[in-house]
Unconditional design. Sequence first.
Length: 168
Amino acid sequence: MTKDRTLILILFGALVTVGGVCVHQDTTITKQRVLIKKMYQDCPASPVEKSADKKLEEDLNREYAQNNKNFFDDRLPKDTLVVLKKNLIGKNGDKLLGSTLCIPNQTGMHCTIWLDPDMNPAEVTASLSLLHEQCHVRLWGNPGDPHGASFQACMLSLALHDAFRDIW
Ligand SMILES: [Zn+2]
């Protein structure tokens, strides 16, 4: 009886061990994937993060064109570049979510919008910052406070046209 019980216990233990190994392997692979993903996210020079930034940049450039059509009568310059750039610093030394520079050219002006991926960790944050910067493009050259009454009117107009539907 004792021997049988021991045998049963050994068999049961072996089954648990076999099962345990399988589970352990799956867990290990999952853990490895999570660790590799985290390692790539933590390392700014990693190819995965680079390609993720590249994809986000492409999405934001498409979004710019779509926003231009939907909310700005397609009147913003079409050759504007939306570029992801870390550590955007303002004139006062503040960290910025985004920044815009437009330079006059023969056809009007050429603009670059920089968005800081660290300050826009979620895609919706980047989308909101992009709309903010597109209002700066729209009002580029206007004198006075860049976030003054005209800018507020631009943002309110975006809100009225449902530009923030999936963002806020
Ligand atoms: Zn601004």
